[in-house]
Design a protein around this ligand. Structure first.
Ligand code: HEM
Length: 210
């Protein structure tokens, strides 16, 4: 198996999870209880030990193979789509490392239920919203952009207009989905009252005055 085919195979598993995962976060637009109910049902699938191990192995494979392809192809890369694919891939790789690391740390070390409140807490403890808004926004936008670029390379025999649309359309959808998710986490669409134990994780980073 080549590095490129490993990258494509793990991408299928991650994309399937991401569909379920982002749908779960979009359900928060109907209220946090709806999101938590959806998550309970979805966890029955992805929290199965075998499924979770496969998913985490795919994340590791995706990040390592992606960084390898990014560095190896640096000098040969030509054209806007190739660079957009590289940039969105680099954003996704950095996000996945931080995101999955943070989720696993919160679950195992902080003993937190990593539900909606875990992601929303940073938006409700100033000044962390200035980190978390672009962090989630660009991660979701990068995911859609990266998928659009992959489709572009598969449409070699179609017209340039259709190929350009295959990148532009996912980016537009990604922009809308990212905006909705960030607004939802920030409590700008529905009321969000983050429990104190989630906000308290940020006191770890603050210097308290005597
Ligand atoms: C606004 C965007 C996002 C938010 C708010 C978010 C939030 C979360 C939360 C709360 C969890 C813990 C889930 C649980 O405990 O059941 C999680 C896990 C995870 N997320 Fe995200 N996520 C976002 C985007 C993404 C994207 C774009 C990807 C992939 C490309 C991703 C990949 C993962 C993975 C792999 C896990 C670990 C699943 C597990 O092992 O339980 N997330 N995320």
């Amino acid at each position: 198996m080549t590095v490129r085919s490993l990258h494509k195979t793990s991408a299928i598993v991650i994309a399937a999870f991401a569909c379920l995962h982002l749908a779960n976060h979009l359900v928060s637009l109907a209220g946090v209880p709806a999101h938590i109910e959806f998550m309970k049902a979805a966890r029955v699938i992805y929290r199965q030990p075998a499924v979770e191990v496969l998913l985490l192995l795919c994340v590791a494979a995706q990040v390592c193979s992606g960084l390898w392809l990014l560095v190896r192809g640096w000098k040969q890369r030509k054209g806007a789509v190739a660079w957009l694919q590289a940039l969105s891939g680099a954003v996704l790789a950095s996000f996945l490392l931080i995101h999955v690391g943070a989720v696993l740390f919160a679950r195992t070390v902080l003993d937190l239920d990593t539900n909606f409140y875990f992601s929303a807490a940073g938006f409700h403890v100033p000044p962390y919203q200035f980190f978390f808004a672009p962090y989630y926004f660009f991660a979701v936008l990068a995911l859609f952009t990266h998928i659009g670029c992959a489709v572009y390379w598969h449409l070699k025999s179609t017209s340039p207009r259709i190929r350009r649309l295959s990148v532009a359309l996912p980016m537009l959808v990604g922009f809308v989905v990212s905006s909705l998710l960030v607004l939802s986490l920030a409590g700008k669409i529905q009321p969000v009252d983050v429990p104190a134990k989630y906000k308290a994780t940020y006191s770890f980073f603050s210097t308290s005055s005597p």
